[in-house]
Design a protein around this ligand. Structure first.
Ligand code: ATP
Length: 365
């Protein structure tokens, strides 16, 4: 039976530098959780405190009712898989996986090692040495070696960072399958937003030692609460406007003389009439219409755009559209009909459904 992992008021300072700043976080047992953020945001330090490799300066870490804040790394039911797999080169794969069990004098080693190797689908390589395995296979063995110890929590520190893109994508799905099968809590550190979104049930986006926003991948992508999150997860078009009416269920705003609306629950603390607001729309949520096309009616529409660049990307085409106020919007249009689309220089209107937009405080940074 695994337990919830709870960090309460956790701060880590190095001399006068605060790497992790008053973090509160609960990760339910069995969740695949990702800590996502740019280099230096404090995600590895957070992971190292959970592992027991760093001690918090302030705050506590609990697993269920057990206070593990100051417990030695090997005394807590937590295992870590690092980017450099650190397999023992002189031991074969079987013995690498068996190592922790033998050290703890666990009985029935064979069955547990066989099960772990089967889980990562590498049972047939049990008698090879690590050097005879590919990078992806070595990473799966490192995973088997950690999982065989049945920790309550498995920590993954950029575990796929050393793999090439194709293998990384494949391993992302593998990791997700394995986590679902074993039901352990996984805490995964990464700076790769696609990786976090592909695998995790919930993601905490970190910035400057704090959690900027925590939610499911869909929540973070569809309703980011800050420009940092909007820009860190995918691309956003952020357009300045002024609020004309702010109700609970809908916020009306003026963008360069045009009225548009955003559903109230997609606006973050944006203030009242007369205040600035940032309208956010993801590139694939925008549609392009020829100037004056009546099909645009009924949507939010901003007219007067001119296509300045067209890039064919296979699945979609990327259009850059220069708006009358000088801003360039990015629009992804799915290539449903071969040969269709707009050319550079075409006059276009940019439209979108209100539910496909979000609002941020106009003075947000
Ligand atoms: P990366 O993706 O580059 O590993 P990160 O988000 O994991 O970044 P951390 O490794 O947690 O970031 O580091 C957060 C900050 O704390 C960084 O500015 C780093 O320089 C600083 N830091 C980490 N460990 C120490 C240490 N032992 N002494 C001093 N400063 C440290």
């Amino acid at each position: 039976m695994t337990s919830d992992l709870t960090l309460t008021g956790v701060t880590k300072s190095f001399a006068d530098f605060t790497a992790v700043d008053d973090l509160d976080l609960t990760i339910p047992a069995g969740e695949f959780f990702a800590l996502l953020g740019p280099s230096g945001c404090g995600k590895t330090t957070t992971l190292r405190m959970i592992a027991g490799l760093e001690e918090p300066t302030v705050g506590t870490i609990h697993l269920g009712d057990l206070d593990i804040t100051h417990a030695k790394p090997y005394k807590r039911p937590v295992n870590t898989v690092f980017q450099n797999y650190a397999l023992f080169p002189h031991l074969d794969i079987y013995e690498n996986v068996a190592f922790g069990l033998r050290r703890r004098r666990i009985k029935d080693v064979k069955k547990q090692v066989d099960d772990a190797l089967e889980l990562v689908e590498l049972g047939h390589l049990a008698r090879r040495k690590p050097a005879q395995l590919s990078g992806g296979q070595q990473q799966r063995i490192a995973l088997a070696r950690a999982i065989v110890n049945r920790p309550d929590v498995l920590l993954l520190d950029e575990p796929l960072g050393a793999l090439d893109l194709k293998l990384r994508r494949q391993m992302q799905l593998e990791l997700k399958r394995i986590q679902t099968e074993v039901g352990l809590t996984f805490v995964h550190v990464t700076h790769d937003q696609e990786e976090a979104m592909t695998m995790a049930d919930r993601v905490a986006v970190m910035n400057l030692g704090k959690i900027e926003q925590l939610g499911t991948p869909q929540e973070l992508y569809e309703t980011p609460r800050s420009t940092f999150v909007a820009n860190f997860l995918g691309q956003s078009n952020l357009v300045e406007g002024t609020i004309t009416a702010s109700e609970a269920d809908v916020v009306a705003l003026d963008v360069q003389g045009r009225g548009v609306t955003i559903p109230g629950d997609r606006c973050m603390a944006v203030g009242g009439a007369g205040e600035p607001i940032l309208l956010g729309v993801r590139p694939e949520k925008l549609k392009l219409y020829a100037d004056g096309d009546p099909a645009a009616a009924g949507e939010n529409v901003l007219p007067g755009g001119v296509v300045t660049d067209v890039s064919y990307l296979g699945v979609s085409t990327q259009y850059l559209v220069r708006m009358p106020w000088g801003q360039t919007l990015t629009v992804f249009v799915q290539n449903l009909v071969a040969g269709a689309g707009f050319a550079v220089g075409a006059g276009v209107e940019v439209g979108w459904q209100p539910v496909n937009s979000f609002g941020l405080r106009g003075d947000a940074t």
